[in-house]
Write a protein that binds this ligand. Structure first.
Ligand code: C5P
Length: 403
């Protein structure tokens, strides 16, 4: 990890509502020992006043390129040379387009052309703007030039839509810039399973499920942001892999089981968020099956229960399972908590297609002697709240209480 003490960070603020989150980012950068200078675009200054960032950074904030008075102090070339790192948060679609095109039509883009410092962008925009091929092409081009990206995340947006385009949280930006920080899981090793499994019937067909892996990925990111060293064993995901997390791909229940056992040693917290198939075809045909017969039977056999096997180990990590239920959520989850000998279980209501694969969810979390309900919210928020609760339970030695 790079020490924050000597790091000079030039923070660029683009014109998006997520600019308000950058106030917190400045505070956290300074807490981490960084020197921060803020440069805003005109549009950025329309969302949050330069005065706010001046107070937070302790230095005058610059917006205009052709400001004779400011240029007689630290001019734009001096600012570009001063920076050890350039971070742009929020990076809007327009700002990314101007950077990709190499424009220098305001102070921030001019500094970006004039600096040799590594750049980190935290894109933030409406979902449709993010998914637009022009934005995606600019994103790829900037990455090819060595610009690092953090986020965007998925979830509720200020425009009322839900989807990809939410700016990464200040803690995630800090992590991308400085490496693992401090949080309630500092020094802890966390292993998480995520996503569905695919159990082959023949070379082209499989038994699978609707899991996107979104909750497991959100948990991995939240644990990372809480300071943990995180490894995620995952099936085929419908969402992007999180940055700053070790990942191991495992498509079947058996390969996921093997991967978990390979990496379980020394783990402090195990979270089983994967939707693991309970049964697999006894044999997978070598050749694609032909539709010759009117009927066909696939014989199924049980897969290993990864969660139960980890919970049975001694010594063992703090073990958190998930329960997807269509009826009698709490009762079934409580039984599962006890039967599998877990420290905590998070129960999902998956009746009528809810939760599985969706961007939002609610959870009923149970542990021996306590429970808490987390109301419907984006999975990123839910994951942060769950990690906070887990960290608290771990710190309390998992004594029985219900807070
Ligand atoms: O018993 P049930 O499958 O409902 O339990 C769900 C929990 O067990 C989830 O946390 C899931 O990740 C985990 N699980 C597992 N291995 C299996 C089946 C489920 O780890 N083979």
């Amino acid at each position: 990890m790079e020490k924050g003490a000597e790091l000079k960070v030039l923070l660029g603020i683009g014109g998006g509502i997520a600019a308000y989150k950058s106030c917190e980012l400045v505070r956290r950068l300074r807490e981490a020992g960084c020197a921060v200078r803020v440069v805003m675009t005109r549009a950025g200054a329309a969302f949050v006043t330069p005065l706010t960032f001046q107070a937070l950074s302790g230095h005058p904030v610059r917006v205009d390129l052709l400001d004779a008075e400011a240029e007689s102090g630290m001019d734009h070339i001096a600012l570009a040379r001063w920076a050890d790192r350039v971070v742009i948060a929020p990076a809007t679609a327009d700002l990314m387009a101007r950077l990709a095109a190499g424009l220098a039509d305001d102070l921030l883009t001019t500094i970006c052309l004039a600096t040799e410092a590594p750049m980190l962008l935290a894109p933030a925009m409406n979902r449709v703007m993010w998914e637009h091929p022009a934005t995606q092409a600019n994103h790829r081009l900037l990455q090819q030039r060595g610009v690092r990206m953090v986020g965007p995340g998925t979830g509720g947006q200020a425009c009322g839509e839900t989807g990809a385009g939410r700016m990464a949280e200040p803690q995630a930006i800090l992590h991308a810039l400085l490496g693992p920080g401090t949080g309630p899981l500092t020094g802890k090793r966390v292993l998480i399973t995520a996503g569905p499994t695919q159990e082959p019937i023949d070379p082209v067909r499989f038994i699978g499920n609707r899991s996107s892996g979104r909750m497991g990925v959100a948990l991995a990111a939240a644990a990372r942001d809480a300071g943990a060293e995180v490894r995620m064993v995952h099936g085929p995901l419908g969402v992007a892999l999180p940055a700053g997390v070790n990942t191991v791909a495992a498509d079947t229940a058996e390969s996921m089981h093997a991967a978990v056992l390979r990496h379980i040693e020394g783990v402090d917290l195990f979270i089983a968020a994967a939707a693991v198939a309970d049964y697999r075809p006894r044999t997978a045909a070598d050749q694609k099956l032909k539709k010759n017969a009117a009927e066909m039977t696939v014989e199924l056999v049980r897969t290993p229960d990864i969660l139960a096997d980890v919970a049975a180990r001694r010594p063992r990590p703090f073990v958190v399972g998930f329960a997807a239920e269509t009826a009698e959520l709490r009762e079934n989850a409580r039984v599962k908590l006890e039967r599998k000998g877990l420290d905590m279980i998070a129960a999902n209501d998956v009746s009528a297609g809810r939760a599985i694969g969706a961007p939002e969810n609610s959870l009923t979390v149970l542990w021996p002697g306590g429970e808490r309900l987390f109301p419907e919210q984006p999975k990123d928020d839910l994951a942060r709240a769950l990690i906070e609760l887990i960290a608290k339970r771990m710190a309390s030695g998992a004594e029985t209480d219900s807070n």
